[in-house]
Design a protein. Structure first.
Length: 448
């Protein structure tokens, strides 16, 4: 076995070990304070789904739109919300099923059009409690409409989502499930970052039998629900159909690049390794203008990382990714350590040539955002891994990585992983390796 082959295998093991060592990485991700919000995922993701998918005519009446608010509903809201908890609860309980739905819908309409007074969380909680008790009497469309209303009201209705998911699980066979239900369910799964096991099975089965009913964009929402909840597709048939949809939709322009990225993430997570699919996809992307017209560094990173994670090469595609990455860097596009780091790592692992401008930009961003190293430890570790595989060792960053301040207990294995990464990826002599590590950790003792 060649040195490079051994290095790649060892790196793959270490990378897997470092991710596994993190404590609940999917359920409790570390975020920058400015990105913390009401929902477990970035609100911009949910807003984009509503704009690109749920705003279509087929979802009319199923989601909140900009319809004019009924003034009577606003007066009723003001009347109820100004009362004590017990009195407000009694008034909500006194509403009929349709009145309650209209009431919630009217508040959301007003919030969307910014016409109404503020709605505090305590009142929304009372409203959520009442909706939870009524959900058993609602059909799929009404349950999903109410969930969308809570999103528009900027309220994470965790309890209502759990009740709604349970209703779908128990009544799946007795309800007439449409593809719109599945897509909206997937949006709610993303919103709550929770995917009940029975729903996983039911949605996969629906997808396998009715995939032609979905647009490529709708399928991307379902794939994002799987990926963002750390859930893998189990049906090979479903994955085959998803892959075929990507190949058929890209040339026609019906699949946006970020939507394709969501599908690739789900396929990668499920270890879908059909070589012919990735060969055809690489040829299609290389020969089209989609990378030039639509791509962001995040898109390019996701594509490259998918190929590298599955150990599949595509010289034409990677050459195109490299040139477009340089263009975006020169245009000063939005850049994150995670995106540039994964680009460098992916190219290094597959031994594809990468323009030096990308590597230099990674070094710049690492130093610029060094204060975020503890918050995004995996991104920084992966970035330094990619540089090490390119035989580049930024000593100042390594010193900070090995300092007593990093990592915290939650990422207790990361220091060990970085040590192993350096040992595995370097192709210089053992003597020089020890010199580099010694300089990096001088006066900054390793954490046990």
């Amino acid at each position: 076995m060649s040195t490079r082959t051994g290095v790649r295998r060892c790196c793959r093991f270490v990378q897997t070990a470092s991710v596994s060592a993190s404590v609940r990485p999917h359920t409790e991700p570390l975020r920058s304070p400015r990105r913390q919000g009401v929902f477990p995922v970035h609100e911009a993701v949910l807003t984009q789904i509503r704009c690109d998918i749920l705003s279509k005519d087929t979802y009319r009446g199923r989601v909140i739109d900009h319809r004019k608010t009924c003034k009577e509903l606003l007066k009723r809201k003001l009347s109820i919300s100004n009362q004590s908890v017990s009195s407000a609860t009694r008034q909500l309980e006194g509403l009929t099923e349709q009145e309650l739905v209209d009431f919630v819908q009217g508040l959301a309409h007003s919030a969307l059009s910014k016409e109404t007074l503020d709605t505090d969380s305590s009142f929304l909680q009372l409203m959520e409690n009442e909706c939870c008790s009524r959900a058993k009497n609602w059909d799929s469309a009404v349950m999903l409409l109410v969930a969308d209303a809570f999103f528009v009201l900027h309220y994470l209705c965790s309890r209502y989502l759990s009740v709604m998911f349970r209703e779908f699980e128990h009544r799946w066979m007795s309800m007439v499930i449409k593809k719109e239900d599945v897509v909206q369910l997937a949006t709610c799964i993303i919103m709550g970052r929770k995917f009940p096991l029975l729903l996983v099975r039911n949605i996969e089965q629906f997808l396998s039998s009715d995939v032609e009913e979905f647009s490529a964009g709708e399928l991307s929402v379902i794939c994002l629900a799987f990926f963002i909840t750390n859930t893998s597709f189990g049906s090979v048939d479903a994955m085959e159909k998803l892959a075929n949809t990507v190949l058929h939709s890209l040339p026609s322009g019906t699949l946006k690049l970020y939507q394709m990225g969501s599908i690739l993430k789900a396929l990668r997570h499920a270890h879908f390794e059909k070589i012919s699919f990735y060969d055809n996809l690489g040829c299609s992307l290389s020969s089209s203008t989609v990378l030039q017209q639509e791509s962001t560094l995040s898109d390019l990173s996701n594509i490259a990382f998918t190929y590298a994670s599955l150990r599949i090469s595509s010289q034409m595609l990677f050459a195109s990714i490299s040139s477009h990455a340089v263009r975006l860097i020169q245009n000063q596009s939005r850049m994150r350590v995670k995106d540039i780091g994964r680009l460098v790592w992916s190219f290094a692992l597959l031994q594809e040539p990468l323009d030096e401008a990308v590597q230099n930009q990674l070094l710049f961003i690492l130093r610029r955002d060094a204060h975020m190293m503890e918050q995004f430890s995996e991104a920084f570790t992966e970035a330094l891994l990619g540089l090490a595989m390119q035989q580049t060792y930024p000593l100042d960053m390594l010193q900070q990585l090995f300092s007593t301040k990093f990592p915290k207990q939650k990422h207790g294995m990361v220091n060990f992983s970085v040590c192993m990464v350096l040992c595995c990826t370097t192709v210089i002599s053992v003597c020089n390796l020890f010199i580099i590590i010694y300089i990096a950790v001088c006066h900054t003792p390793l954490i046990g």
